[in-house]
Ligand binder design. Sequence first.
Ligand code: NI
Length: 176
Amino acid sequence: MIKPVLHMGNPRLLRIAEPVTSFGTQDLAMLLQDMRDTMAHQDGAGIAAPQIGVNARVVIFGGQPSPRYPEAPNIPDTVLINPTLTPLSTEEEDGWEGCLSVPGLRGMVPRWKRLHYSGYTQDGIFFEREVDGFHARVVQHEVDHLDGILYPRRIRDLTRFGFIDALFDDNPPSND
Ligand code: NI
């Protein structure tokens, strides 16, 4: 079911989300379906449970090139629960980000360029990946939501934060 997305300023987005303790449940399946429906409806690259008001350490993300975003890189559709992130070097990379909780805006955000992440699937299966670039950025953005952090707090140069229609003439970068 498509759920309303909480917007920046809502204190529920600032909470530290709780770890999931029961896997493979009906409740978890329903939460994930709501997240998928809401992300698809909003055309996002990822969404975290707190954005639809559920205070659990659950994120989903993924994306393939589309007519709207032909340059979008391939990220496998992923359910990531109780995640752990570890940067693989101190190297950072700047990139534009947007967020379903901060509609209409984009900001230039530094993120770790390469990282290892791990967590659990819907059924409680542990998995881990080493990723870089846009995939690494999306994971960092989504996992930040679980710690109550929205991307504007990561921006170092606030002159590179603004409304999409003012920042870009034609194609806005895709990274909701
Ligand atoms: Ni977001």
